[in-house]
Design a binder for this molecule. Sequence first.
Ligand code: PEP
Length: 252
Amino acid sequence: MRQKVIIGNWKMNNDKKETEDLLLKLSKINCKKEIKVKVSPSYVNLESAVKILENSPIEVVAQNMHYEEQGAYTGEISYKMLKCINVNSVIIGHSERRMIFSENDDIIKRKINTALNNEMDVIICFGESLEDRNKKKHIEIISKQLDVIISDLKINQWKQIILAYEPIWAIGTGVNATPKQAQEIHKHVRAEIAIAFNKSLADSVPILYGGSLKPNNSEEIFSKPDIDGGLIGGASLSFEDFNSIIKSIDKK
Ligand code: PEP
């Protein structure tokens, strides 16, 4: 059975106190072993998040990192800095990084390589724009993005990888992909991994959906066979909503 995963991406939200209040509430929830919950606070709150969640199975994830180990990169953070505070997972390729911070395929690929080569787990995001979808080019675009992500990966690196399909038009808009639209992409991605590697590997990779997931749509989206959980932005800022989404994956 594939790992079910729920990740809260808090982006540039929540100050220290708000972060700690939310973490304290989350630290008390009982999650079943087969459900992996992760949260991604801002950089400045990562260390206290690790401490607060010390005795909880919830894992702390960084929202980004640089591909170099150290050097003259003002404002950047390296994998070494993350690992020395016990943050061993990172989100890479989020559409906000691609669009607002001009991260191209080359940068994303380098970041993925650095993370994987340094024993970090990686949540890799991809997804089409509304224009791509309206032109019915979404499958083609997803295949291209996936190709960049998976070309030259080694089989044993897949255990460090979680994929997240995040259609750009659904992120923060309140318009989610329908369960059918999301399932179509997830199934396609799994089929491409099976061709490039093998079916049993493809069947083992967790593929999350992200984009306006809320308590009122998560259960139906998670019910689809190739959707293994969610990457959640806005709704993960509310303890009640995030907890309710965590509970809904349990019904899968
Ligand atoms: C995200 O930013 O990864 C995301 C899915 O955001 P939201 O849930 O707010 O659409």
